[in-house]
Design a protein around this ligand. Structure first.
Ligand SMILES: Nc1nc2c(ncn2[C@@H]2O[C@H](COP(=O)(O)OP(=O)(O)OP(=O)(O)O)[C@@H](O)[C@H]2O)c(=O)[nH]1
Ligand SMILES: [Mg+2]
Length: 441
């Protein structure tokens, strides 16, 4: 493979910077500008020396030298650890390019690791997730995937589909042999009945993993004056949104973000919904309706001190089709409470019951943070596709179709499972995935 070079650390002033060089000529290209010849090195090693340009020293550096295939990319790889100056790093990179390397594209190192079978696609995606994680919990979950724990979840599916597919193959290829088991409808039906619940549970865990990784959009909705902005402020622990006793205070959507015990909530405080003559308020109300449609969870606030009215009912019907929590605010004004209702007082910062309920609705438990899962939309989409193909195979089996036709859907399911790992059609999908990486990864 062509030799590539890029800065692996951030292009800012720091103690040290790392430049990565990977490819067939990595050792030769570095040797041209290093005070020692490293071409014959066979073992992983560290070397101290100078990077030079003619007789000028660019920097004193340490080289971490990895002889392929025992390297991250699987190729000969050199990490040049230099002083953390952008000028020095650029000068070294220019020198290596002059010596025959080319600047790497986004994610090209990880892409090579994948193509050289050092990691599967799930692990490659996890590298990006680790880098982009914004919470400790999301980072830890991604580390599990990086270590291959998520890939292991797929292996039983792969194996079981292979079992049945190979039985069918043998039957098709060697119909004359009488001592082999006959592939029949029951094999397919029992395979599908066994795997579909497994896929459902993978999807369920994956959706939780996605929430832990990316957080959720939470819309605070309700009539004017029920205390939405007060709740936003209480959740954020700062007075971000304007609160007044004038109905219709909030017009634009006010956003805030909190980390609720490991889950990032992107909070959206909205304009109170009501029929209004006020042009500006009406625009706000329309924005609220759009916000509800895009939210993952709606928190509907009702005023605990008042009777439910038609306007409240209308708001409840707006959230009917998305996950929602109904909460009674201003509980401090009440003396009698109904055990079946969720009460809070945004004014008094008494909102713990709501925080607990959010966890409950999302189904996130302590173990969710430690459970490896297929948790990006690509992986979840492929799981869904695999499930549909399996169900089609079962339908065909039950309709009495010949096994070779049933095998077509089974093969589709198999390929979808392989595609999760990047083992099918790998070059096309990996191109798309690695383009999302930063250069130097
Ligand atoms: N007693 C009591 N008053 C509250 C509580 N929460 C909010 N309020 C008061 O209710 C009034 C309206 O609060 P806001 O937070 O502005 O209400 P809102 O839902 O954002 O209203 P709009 O922006 O107009 O839609 C303010 O006077 C708050 O102090 C509560 O828990 N108890
Ligand atoms: Mg408000």
């Amino acid at each position: 493979m062509e030799t590539i070079v890029a800065l692996a650390t951030a292009p800012i002033k720091s103690a040290l910077a790392i430049i990565r060089v990977s490819g067939d000529d990595a050792f030769a290209i570095v040797s041209k500008s290093f005070s020692k010849d490293i071409r014959e090195i066979k073992e992983r090693t560290l070397l101290f020396g100078n990077i030079v340009k003619g007789d000028k020293v660019i920097d004193e550096v340490v080289l971490a030298i990895y002889k392929g295939p025992k390297s991250f990319t699987g190729e000969d790889l050199v990490e040049i650890i230099c002083h953390g100056s952008v000028l020095i790093a650029n000068e070294i990179i220019e020198q290596l390019i002059a010596n025959g390397a080319r600047y790497a594209t986004n994610g090209e190192y990880s892409s090579r690791a994948f193509l050289n079978n050092k990691i599967d696609l799930i692990q490659a995606e996890a590298i990006n997730d680790v880098i982009n994680a914004t919470t400790k919990e999301a980072k830890e979950l991604s580390i599990l995937s990086l270590k291959g724990k998520t890939s292991e979840l797929i292996l039983p599916l792969k194996k079981r589909i292979t079992d049945v597919l190979s039985l069918i193959e043998v039957n098709i290829d060697y119909p004359e042999y009488e001592d082999i088991e006959v592939a029949n409808k029951e094999h397919v039906v029992s395979l599908v009945d066994e795997l579909v619940p497994q896929i459902d549970s993978l999807v369920e865990n994956g959706q939780k993993g996605l929430i832990i990784k990316e957080g959720i959009k939470v819309a605070l909705v309700g009539k004017p004056n029920v205390g939405k902005s007060s709740l936003l402020n209480a959740l954020l622990g700062e007075s971000k949104a304007i609160v007044t006793d004038i109905a219709g205070t909030t017009r634009d959507v006010v956003e805030g973000e909190i980390n609720l015990n490991g889950i990032v909530l992107h909070l959206l405080d909205t304009a109170g919904i009501r029929d209004s003559e006020d042009q500006i308020e009406l625009i706000g109300v329309n924005k609220t309706k759009k916000t509800i449609k895009n939210a993952d969870l709606a928190i509907v606030l009702l005023d605990a001190s008042k009777e439910l009215d038609k306007e409240d009912q209308e708001i409840l019907s707006l959230v009917e089709n998305i996950p929602h929590i109904i909460v009674y605010n201003k509980a401090d004004k009440l003396s009698n409470k109904d055990d079946n209702k969720l009460y809070i007082s945004a004014l008094n910062n008494d909102i713990t019951p709501l925080k607990d309920e959010i966890y409950k609705v999302l189904g996130i438990k302590e173990e969710s943070f430690k459970t490896p899962s297929l948790n990006n939309t690509r992986q979840l989409g492929l799981l869904q596709a695999a499930k549909e193909s399996l169900l089609k195979a079962k339908e065909d089996a039950e309709a009495g179709l010949p096994v070779d036709l049933i095998a077509v859907s089974l093969m589709d399911a198999y390929n979808f499972v392989l595609e999760i790992l990047g083992e099918y059609n790998q070059r096309d999908i990996s191109k798309e995935i690695f383009s999302r990486f930063c250069v130097g990864k």
